[in-house]
Design a protein. Structure first.
Length: 419
């Protein structure tokens, strides 16, 4: 999070602020000796509550949060020598929030903001080949596109006819923001296409649907590749080999992965990988787009059991930047490099959007501050606004763009000459 500086009584003070892509709230102009400001928020993303209490240096500012589903809670921060108190806050609930501040018995002010849900992405991992009428293990992964909170909810796997073949609740993994679930599925004969739908347990996250997977239903085999449904150049992936239970050895074993591009065989994984729980995995970062073939060789520790498998994948080009647009109400969108000038004391409502349609956050650095969706020009100087998008965890990558706003001081009043 970037540092924001504003001018208060012509003295610089450090601030932190951000705003998310949601319906803008109406906020009062930040004027006078005392006020409270914070941007509209996004679940799981830390923001800062700014309290200006000019004559309360060294005293405790109490900030109270009110939300229909969360009730009321509070936090405290010390007012510094410049007359500001800063309280970090990570919203965990969506909806309208009323945030107020007091110092002792004195009311500082109230801010009304809206917190938006965190977008998610879902991936379904299946063995490339499964045996008819024998249980296969499916894995669903649900990821928050940003923030520090892991999604919770239900994953439902459906076939091409819309019939449910497996369902269950995701659980947090060792990676912050990533929830997973393993599901058993017994395939029938014939071709099949599977997708996984994530339904969040609360409104804190959005729902999402995985890309389709089409495992081949065939006879029994020792090893089957388990690959991501979509891969991109430059994006690290985990590729796995699933050993069928009847071919697993109590002595263990190993797998080795190979990559075939244009008829040339490579071994990008650096040798054999151990098997744990019937699965051997390796990391792989595609280096070029196009049709490629991943191969795997499996051998038990005593070499009494072995097998091979191959699977064709189509690697897509590297993700492109998630294009960002920042539009002030009543004006044309700002583009990077465009000179923007605002008068001191003005309030400009900003609407950031992204190509992915996912949230955009804004941070400021300089004599300005964001309150809900409104940019307040607090003093003369250069205000830098940084816009950051989440991307879509696929073809569009997280992106940052910068905009510089020059804030001009009001013209000096001319003194009348005395006669």
């Amino acid at each position: 999070m970037r540092i924001t500086r504003i001018l208060a009584t012509l003295s610089a003070a450090a601030l932190i602020s951000s705003v998310s892509l949601i319906a803008p709230s109406q906020a009062a102009t930040l004027q006078g000796r005392n006020w409270i400001a914070t941007p509209n928020g996004l679940v799981g993303v830390e923001q800062t509550i700014i309290v200006k209490a000019s004559r309360s240096t060294g005293e405790v500012a109490t900030v109270t949060f009110q939300n229909a589903s969360s009730g009321t809670n509070a936090g405290q921060a010390i007012v510094n020598q410049q007359g500001f108190a800063y309280l970090p806050w990570t919203p965990a609930k969506t909806g309208s929030w009323t945030i107020s501040a007091t110092v002792g018995d004195a009311s500082i002010g109230t801010a009304s903001i809206t917190v938006a849900a965190m977008p998610t992405s879902t991936v379904l991992l299946t063995p490339g080949e499964v045996a008819e009428n024998q249980t296969a293990r499916l894995v669903a992964e649900v990821k928050a596109l940003g923030g520090s909170i892991t999604p919770s909810g239900t994953v439902t796997v459906r076939n091409q006819f819309g019939n449910t073949v497996a369902t269950g609740n995701v659980a947090p993994s060792s990676i912050v923001g990533l929830a997973t679930i393993g599901l058993d599925w017994t395939p029938s004969a014939g071709s099949v296409t599977l997708t996984a739908d994530f339904s969040p347990a609360t409104s804190a996250f959005t729902s999402s649907t995985s890309p389709a997977q089409s495992p081949t239903v065939a006879g029994q085999q020792a090893v089957s590749l388990q690959l991501p449904p979509i891969s991109y150049v430059g994006v690290e992936e985990t590729i796995s080999a699933v050993i069928q239970p009847v071919y697993q050895s109590p002595l263990g074993g190993s797998v080795g992965f190979s990559l075939n591009i244009d008829g040339f065989l490579f071994y990008p994984m650096g040798g054999s990988q151990p098997i744990a729980g019937g699965i051997g995995s390796a990391s792989w970062t595609p280096t070029q787009p196009g049709i490629q073939t991943v191969g795997v060789s499996y051998a038990s520790a005593d070499f009494a059991i072995n097998g091979t498998d191959t699977q064709v994948i189509n690697v897509r080009p590297a993700p492109e930047a998630d294009e960002i647009t920042v539009t002030p109400t009543g004006s044309s969108p700002w583009s990077q490099g465009t000179a923007v000038t605002l008068p001191q004391g003005s309030v400009t409502e900003l609407t950031p959007t992204s190509q992915s349609s996912n949230p955009v956050t804004l941070t400021t650095d300089g004599p300005c501050a964001l309150d809900a969706a409104q940019l307040n020009a607090l003093g003369p100087g250069q205000c830098e606004i940084t816009a950051t998008s989440l991307g879509n965890d696929g073809s569009l990558s997280p992106t940052t763009s910068k905009h510089t706003v020059t804030i001009t001081a009001p013209p000096k009043k001319s003194k009348k000459k005395q006669k």
